[in-house]
Design a protein. Structure first.
Length: 109
């Protein structure tokens, strides 16, 4: 589609709007696919431990998961980063949270 640039489909529902406070992507262990990782923002309550992932492949989004891990992010202003070999994922927020997680880029655990 679009001369090799792909096709973007926009879908939304007025029943529930999901917001994220940070997002990042890391290459899957197979060297082809990608994990899209985000931390859910709970506006207006300001506080979430929810981290979501999508597996993106050449055929589309194949897997979606939600995990409730870490401490509550009270700022809704955070950042996700990965170590150079992607075996660690770090989350920090604007004021007082720094977390380090093991990350399996083959299985997303």
């Amino acid at each position: 589609m679009n001369g090799g640039l792909g096709l973007l489909l926009l879908k939304y529902s007025t029943s529930k709007l999901a917001m994220v406070d940070c997002i990042n992507a890391v290459k899957h262990g197979n060297g082809r696919d990608w994990w899209l990782i985000f931390r859910k923002s709970d506006v207006p309550t300001f506080g979430s431990t929810t981290i979501g992932t999508y597996l993106i492949t050449p055929t589309g989004i194949q897997k979606f998961s939600i995990q409730s891990i870490g401490v509550q992010n009270r700022t809704n202003l955070g950042h996700i980063s990965f170590s150079p070999n992607a075996d660690k994922m770090a989350f920090c927020n604007l004021t007082d949270v720094v977390e380090l997680f093991d990350f399996n880029r083959c299985a997303n655990t």
